[in-house]
Design a protein around this ligand. Sequence first.
Ligand code: SF4
Length: 296
Amino acid sequence: MTPLPLPSDPPPLFKDLLVEPEEARSILRPQKDERYGFGFALSPYRGCGHGCRYCYVREYPNALHGPADWGGWVAPKLNAPELLWSQRHKLHEARVFMASATDPYQPLERQYRLSRRCLEVLLLCPTTEVILHTRSPLVLQDLDLLRAFGDRLSVGLSIPTDDDTVRQTVEPRAPAIPSRWAAAERLAAAGIQVTIGVAPLLAVHDARAFARRARASGASNAWVGGLRLLQQDPFYKLLADHGWLKVLDPDYKEGIRAAFLETFPPRRPKREAKAEPVAPPRGPAARQPGLFDRVS
Ligand code: SF4
């Protein structure tokens, strides 16, 4: 692999961001995801410039600074692609989540291209499945690379509300909601599997219209995930101040989830869809659950 030249100084775009490049000691973290099962989490950055105000990662023990500084620092793992290459033997028929504790397409990726270079390694691991999660249309800068994976890569776009004024309060540094819809459309039009993650669920203006918008984007699936607050989380006060405490109510989540289930009904095995069996039944077909089969 030929490493791309790395910037010696953070570019002006990141002047309010403390950039602390580091050499990582490990890059693949075993993880069990409640939706996707067992796999490896791969985070090319520590910290996240999106700095979402609810982000539970801000209190992770490996954070370089305190929760109050979340979003103000990022540590690019400069050796991430080379480290990944050295550990590719672990990836046979494995699943890689990119990323569970950072956004792989946060603004710094425009300059450092660490996510891209990790993807280039993963492309050379032909039995590895890749699940990307991002809030950013910056993912489109790698569209050709993503397409090269075929059906072993999917992209999850987090769109936790249909109301960009809510986003401006809660995720002020993350890309606007309309730009995320546009990204979903371009990815889907390019033949890439897209899932909309309504997560963590925030205040929603019109659940049914929201679900229809998700469907119209070309996404093949969607899921709804609840908000995870820290102990004595200051985000609780923000919710209270804006009259958004309803997002913590299980019935509220259930209502949004029902609207998405209407629009993205669970897929059924083809055999079940037959009205009359043409031959004596031999029992139910064994079927692995699909990655995007359900709205949760
Ligand atoms: S984009 Fe994800 S990792 Fe980054 S701050 Fe927001 S929730 Fe946290």
